[in-house]
Ligand binder design. Structure first.
Ligand code: GLN
Length: 252
């Protein structure tokens, strides 16, 4: 019985503690020739499935450019956003790229690359909802994407009436369009994309937070972080990074 308990405890600890992360060494990745990248492709313009059924978006192209620089073929794993950290820490994916915000809390369980983009959290609501800013969310039902910073901020805000979690931003915004929630807190660029198909939804002109996006890696995998940072620096220096971001955001 004691043994079983110890086993269970260890299994729990593997997921709970950073030190137990398992990952492929850079040599193993090189030998395989493939860089396994976890994302959640429901977050345009960062990651989505385009009309041809291909993965596209800023993060996808950055991952591909990093792969090219390192001489590796990128293999995309499309999973739920809140599974990405577990995926890199169990070695299923070599890195995660998903418009993921660098936070002190996440830094306890993963490594982050250098920042490659910035974002902010905004409020989406119906044009006639009367919600004009963060203060108006008091007592309201707010939709979020599970495990995102929008979820964390909303859940930490005691004035909000109820926080309703959805697997993807798409589902949260759909629920908003059906009046199941009063507002959605989500990243600004995806917010613009999500409301495109709904005439009555607007983005409130008050930002919730400023954020920095980075790729995440298994805790302790500083070797791969260094390689990816080297690639990112080269892509920044030669203008590739800016060109990718401009392609999806500034030049529509
Ligand atoms: N930037 C947000 C976060 O890191 C949302 C990311 C996402 O939904 N893909 O939590």
């Amino acid at each position: 019985m004691k043994k079983i308990l110890a086993l269970i405890l260890c299994a729990v600890m593997v997921f709970a503690f950073a030190g137990c992360a398992s990952y492929r060494s850079y040599d193993e990745i090189k030998e395989d020739g493939k860089l396994v990248v976890a994302t959640n492709a429901a977050f345009a313009p960062y990651e989505f499935v385009d009309d041809n059924g291909e993965y596209a978006g800023i993060d996808i192209e950055i991952a591909q450019a990093v792969g090219e620089y390192l001489g590796l073929e990128v293999v995309i794993q499309d999973i739920n956003f809140d599974a990405i950290i577990t995926s890199v820490n169990s070695g299923k994916a070599d890195l995660g790229i998903a418009g993921m915000t660098v936070t002190a809390e996440r830094l306890k369980s993963v490594e982050f690359s250098d920042t490659y983009a910035t974002g902010k959290q905004v409020i989406i609501t119906a044009s006639d909802s009367g919600i004009k800013g963060v203060a108006d969310l008091a007592g309201k039902k707010v939709g979020v994407q599970t495990g995102t910073t929008g979820d964390i901020y909303a859940s930490d805000d005691d004035t909000i009436g109820e926080v309703v979690q959805y697997t993807t931003g798409t589902e949260a915004v759909l629920a908003l369009s059906q009046n199941k929630v009063d507002a959605v807190i989500i990243d600004n660029e995806p917010a613009k994309k999500y409301i495109e198909k709904y005439d009555n939804l607007i983005i409130i002109d008050e930002e919730y937070t400023y954020e920095e996006y980075a790729m995440c890696f298994a805790k302790g995998n500083t070797e791969l972080v260094a390689k990816v940072n080297e690639a990112l620096a080269a892509l920044k220096a030669d203008g590739t990074l800016k060109a990718i971001i401009d392609k999806y955001i500034n030049e529509k």
